[in-house]
Design a protein around this ligand. Structure first.
Ligand code: NAG
Ligand code: NAG
Ligand code: NAG
Length: 417
């Protein structure tokens, strides 16, 4: 008898534990919950793009109201230019309470209000951050904004997934909106040049304008952009290669290497485990970045050099603009430090003629193939590539200021695109 009951109670414990453990250990992951359901793929990809998925995954209990692809597509396409509004619209669909279907039908008095992730941002005014849930009778439960003048007409259609007391995922028929939700400025309205100049990144702003890159970035700001703007000090630092040796095309590539076509705020940069593609990726060469952090300090690694994030200029989805203390030198253009052989300390003073003439594409390959040669045109600057990073400041500093003037003058004379 005892032999029969013991395994049974053990089995019971195992069953209970195994139903508790996954959520207890892993938490929930809304992206993977919806991943297997193609009918919600638009909603799911917008959750990821706007980073609202991370907010969902970091909290419980929650109820996530999901729209199928049809209504989600028409909603998002009519409002995609106003990114923060889309983000808040998604936050309004995440209730900070657990409602499974049973609870929806058992609401005391047939109606209740629930706070949402939008309310949790602290930016919602009045009742805008709350959702009204009302049992309409006849088996119909509807959701709507609690703000006055809103309709409670988004109907609960089916249950998608429940992890008890953690997350309930329900399908609803239409978006929840309140008057004014979809208004508001687009971050694309920001003048990037002016913002960079104001933030101590005048040289970078100048290079972006003179190369024509600014237009590309300004356009990217509508959809998602992370920009690492080297401050003016960074352009004076030792270890920076002479940028005037670069062709126009390579200068643009270098500038593109400072930009990512996605919104990646500092916390996401910290969490990044894999190399991050930049705007320069996609052609020949990887042009990727990696990150590391210590406490709140985030460092960016290019393979050649490291650069610390100094400050945030703008962090407003979908745009994150950060200043860094060094120019990011991609290995594909400045690959000397990657050479496994020790770099000779003695630098050849003879600059390559191909590098000197601003003939396209030659200079970087010279630099990459023969690490003992500097392809730097100005002798005063030549000794500092890679090998001199730890030398004394004084001499190099002077050389570099000469170089900055040279680069800026040269940049000014380069043709616009
Ligand atoms: C959540 O799931 C997605 C897709 O399955 C995965 O790519 C992502 O890394 C997961 N997120 C976390 C925080 O585990
Ligand atoms: C929700 O909205 C309905 C219809 O507008 C209203 O009758 C009800 O009182 C509201 N519920 C709460 C809790 O405010
Ligand atoms: C942006 O700011 C820059 C520098 O302040 C200015 O020269 C430029 O005209 C501005 N662009 C627009 C579109 O306002």
């Amino acid at each position: 008898m005892a032999m029969g009951t013991l395994p049974a109670s053990l089995l019971f414990i195992v069953v209970v534990l195994s139903s508790l453990l996954p959520s207890a250990i892993e938490g929930h992951n809304i992206t993977s919950i919806l991943h297997k359901l193609p009918e919600y793929s638009v909603y799911n990809s917008l959750l990821t793009k706007t980073k609202v998925a991370e907010e969902v995954n970091s909290r419980s209990p929650l109820t996530v109201l999901v729209l199928p692809n049809g209504p989600m597509t028409s909603f998002a396409s009519s409002h995609h230019r106003i990114f923060p509004a889309l983000q808040n619209s998604l936050r309004l669909l995440v209730l900070l309470d657990y409602f499974d279907p049973q609870k929806l039908y058992d609401l005391p008095g047939g109606t209740t209000l629930s706070a949402t992730l939008y309310q949790a941002t602290g930016t919602a005014s009045g009742d805008n951050g709350f959702v009204n849930i009302t049992d309409l009778g006849g088996g119909r439960v509807a959701f709507g904004s609690a703000a006055s003048g809103s309709k409670v007409s988004s109907v609960y259609t089916k249950s998608i997934r429940q992890i008890p007391q953690s997350i309930s995922v329900l399908e609803i028929s239409s978006p929840i909106v309140f008057p004014g939700l979809l208004d508001g400025p687009s971050s694309a309205d920001v003048n990037l040049t002016a913002l960079l100049e104001k933030s101590g990144c005048r040289t970078f702003a100048f290079l972006l304008s003179s190369s024509g890159m600014i237009k590309e970035l300004q356009a990217a700001m509508e959809k998602g952009l992370t920009l690492f703007a080297p401050n003016d000090e960074a352009f004076k630092a030792k270890g920076v290669t002479d940028l005037s040796a670069l062709s126009n095309a390579d200068l643009v590539t270098l500038l593109q290497y400072h930009a990512i076509e996605a919104y990646i705020p500092i916390n996401s940069l910290k969490a990044a485990r894999r190399p991050i593609a930049t705007m320069a990726s996609g052609g020949p060469g990887n042009y990727e970045l990696t990150t590391s952090f210590e406490g709140n300090d985030v460092t960016i690694h290019t393979g050649v050099d490291s650069s610390r994030i100094v400050s945030t200029i703008l962090d407003e989805t979908p745009v994150c603009i950060l200043t860094v203390d060094r120019v990011l030198l991609p290995a594909e253009l400045f690959g000397m430090a990657l050479s496994p052989a020790p770099i000779p300390v003695v630098m050849s003073p003879s600059p390559s003629p191909t590098a000197r003439s601003q003939d396209s594409s030659k200079a970087p390959s010279v630099a990459a193939e023969s690490p003992q040669h500097t392809s730097v045109p100005t002798p005063a600057v030549s000794p500092k590539i890679g090998a001199q990073r730890d030398d004394d400041k004084s001499g190099v500093g002077k050389a570099v200021s000469t170089w900055v003037v040279t680069a800026v003058v040269a940049a000014a004379s380069w043709p616009l695109f």
